[in-house]
Design a protein around this ligand. Structure first.
Ligand SMILES: [Fe+2]
Length: 254
């Protein structure tokens, strides 16, 4: 019995070691209370932040949705919420570093925000986390990328493995890279959380070294639970441990 618990513990430590040593910075999550489909209140925000800290993260750049019809957030709303949460984490004695940007849904409204420079980019030089539609591809996705790059932004494409319409034409992912985008893996894709086809696509993108960054896309406690379970999957952990994600390099001490 004792050895069973011991081995469970070491499996969990494996994911903690990976996140703490090889990732350190989470660049995609929904931790600010009441402004998107992530944390509903400050208590949950604190619980999720503590959970991510316990999983090994040293810094969290949280990314509430901005999608005008559903989540009409603004840089001001996000900065105010961030200040509230930072204060609460200090009161609670949590010592994870917190910052915020946004996960931008790419549509006409986003183009308008770009034109008016009403963007909350990453705290480090001009990165934008960009989300594409899930159901069908944007007809002009190359033009949308160009709109960002010509203004000096580097697009980080959120969870490309989840865009099923490109599973049979993976050259679309290479095209995004050629256009100057970085690709971000949702870590739970490799755990199988989003389904086997998305897991397969994530494995393909890992094998072909097309990802640059990794993120949790954490919305709620269930995601934390699945993240812990990932530590038990030997093959998947091996793939992650052998990959060079740039989270630390790009976002830790700058
Ligand atoms: Fe997200």
């Amino acid at each position: 019995m004792f050895s069973f618990f011991k081995s469970q513990q070491s499996k969990q430590n494996r994911i903690i070691e990976f996140l703490s040593n090889q990732v350190a910075v989470d660049i995609h999550s929904h931790l600010l209370p009441g402004i998107d489909d992530g944390s509903p209140d400050i208590e949950t925000s604190l619980l999720l932040i503590e959970g991510l800290q316990n999983m090994g993260f040293k810094k969290l750049i949280t990314t509430p949705h901005i999608r005008m019809e559903v989540y009409p957030n603004t840089p001001t709303i996000i900065r105010e919420k961030l200040a509230d949460v930072k204060k609460a984490t200090l009161q609670k004695g949590l010592n994870v570093e917190l910052d915020a940007s946004s996960e931008y849904y790419i549509d006409d409204n986003f183009t308008e925000l770009l034109q008016n420079e009403e963007i909350i980019p990453f705290p480090q030089p001009r990165y934008i986390l960009a989300e594409y539609p899930m159901i069908a591809p944007l007809m002009n996705f190359e033009q949308r990328v160009f709109e960002m790059t010509k203004r000096g932004y580097t697009p980080i494409i959120a969870h490309p493995e989840r865009y099923r319409y490109w599973h049979k034409t993976p050259e679309a992912f290479e095209r995004l890279k050629d256009l100057g985008c970085l690709l971000q893996l949702n870590i739970l894709a490799i755990e199988g959380y989003y389904g086997p086809d998305i897991k397969d696509c994530a494995k393909y993108l890992l094998k072909n070294k097309l990802y640059d960054l990794i993120g949790t896309d954490l919305h709620h406690e269930r995601h934390l639970g699945r993240l812990k379970k990932l530590g038990e999957l030997n093959k998947e952990m091996q793939i992650l441990e052998n990959y060079n994600f740039k989270n630390k390099q790009l976002f830790m001490d700058v």
